[in-house]
Design a protein around this ligand. Structure first.
Ligand SMILES: NC(=O)c1ccc[n+]([C@@H]2O[C@H](COP(=O)([O-])OP(=O)(O)OC[C@H]3O[C@@H](n4cnc5c(N)ncnc54)[C@H](OP(=O)(O)O)[C@@H]3O)[C@@H](O)[C@H]2O)c1
Length: 306
């Protein structure tokens, strides 16, 4: 049987590069981004509505996974006009196309929609974004919910994984310094629930496989962890000297885009729906040491008791 077509935006991004090869087992994946090249790839400019329509109408996808975005909060703060075009207007266009064509949409969003005053947020907690990036991502969620019936919105958080392509994740810089014996500063007053990137293909595939699943869902890691605790877990996983991790306070630092204190996510709702447990930092970091294929197989296989 010919597999159905799935349009993957942001295919050259940190998350997109993890998704593309794994989704290709079940779908004919059209990889789209500004710089996409190669077989089954298409150039897409999210700033240009005509480009989005052209790509969509050529691909005629049964499903769209939207992982394209201007994904760094400080970039959005620097150029809010560009951020609006890419992170909100493009989502409206894409969600509208999905709605009209009956294509299922899986859309990536962020833990930063919360103001960080409560922590361990579930999907019923009210969002209250603090920066341009987060306000636009929340607006995009609203557009998806109103324009694309049956869509799944995945709020993920500080995604980590082994390097693929050119985009680094937050642990790359830490590992670079720690592996050379250089000290690093890590915040004791900023909490997240980092998401293991290896698990995202399984999460997306399971969401697509369940036609009844729709709405906003959280997919972080299994625990709430300060940046400091996360760095210590990284040291333990890779045998770096824990003394190199120096406590620092986010409160003492100025960021271009405001950073909420605690946006840790409670992912139990989606975990129960999919029958898949989010990985702890220890489990996720252990997978970074495995061969890529084995790591994603293990991440996918982690059941609710894992
Ligand atoms: N990574 C995280 O920790 C994290 C956390 C929370 C939420 N998210 C969300 O997850 C999604 C994916 O994030 P990511 O980390 O994978 O982002 P990323 O590594 O920065 O990748 C962004 C992708 O979007 C594409 N893109 C950017 N501007 C575009 C444009 N004008 N036209 C077409 N394509 C464009 C890029 O294409 P080119 O490579 O061709 O430029 C790239 O493929 C985003 O919605 C982000 O908000 C990510």
């Amino acid at each position: 049987m010919t597999p159905r077509t799935l349009l993957l935006t942001g295919a050259t991004g940190f998350i997109g590069r993890r998704l593309a090869p794994e989704l290709a087992g079940a779908w004919r994946v059209i990889q789209a981004s500004r710089t996409a090249s190669g077989a089954e790839s298409v150039r897409l400019d999210l700033e240009d509505g005509d480009s989005i329509r052209r790509v969509f109408e050529t691909a005629r996808p049964a499903a769209v996974v939207h992982a394209g975005a201007l994904a760094l909060p400080d970039d959005c703060e620097r150029d809010p006009g560009l951020a609006r075009r890419v992170n909100l207007d493009a989502v409206r266009t894409l969600a509208g196309l999905c709605g009209e064509a009956g294509a299922r949409l899986v859309h990536f969003s962020t833990d930063l929609v919360f103001d960080g005053e409560k922590g361990w947020y579930d999907e019923d907690d009210a969002a209250s974004p603090l920066c341009v990036y987060a306000r636009l991502k929340l607006g995009a969620e609203e557009a998806v919910l109103s324009l694309a019936p049956g869509a799944v919105i995945l709020r993920v958080a500080s995604v980590y994984g082994r390097p693929l392509g050119t985009r680094p994740c937050f642990i790359d810089e830490l590992r670079q310094a720690l592996s050379k014996g250089e000290p690093i500063a890590a915040f004791v007053d900023q909490w997240r629930s980092p998401t293991c990137g290896d698990q995202l293909p399984a999460v997306v595939l399971l969401c697509l496989a369940d036609p009844d699943l729709e709405g906003v869902f959280h997919w972080g890691g299994a625990q709430r962890s300060s940046r400091f605790e996360t760095a210590l877990a990284l040291c333990r996983a890779f045998g770096y000297d824990e003394e190199l991790v120096r406590p620092a306070r986010a409160d003492d630092k100025r960021f271009l885009a405001a950073r909420p204190r605690d946006t840790s996510l409670d992912s139990s709702r989606l975990s129960a729906a999919l029958g898949l447990a989010p990985l702890s930092l220890e489990e996720g970091f252990a997978r970074l040491k495995l061969k890529p294929a084995l790591a994603s197989r293990n991440a996918a296989a982690a059941g609710p008791g894992a």
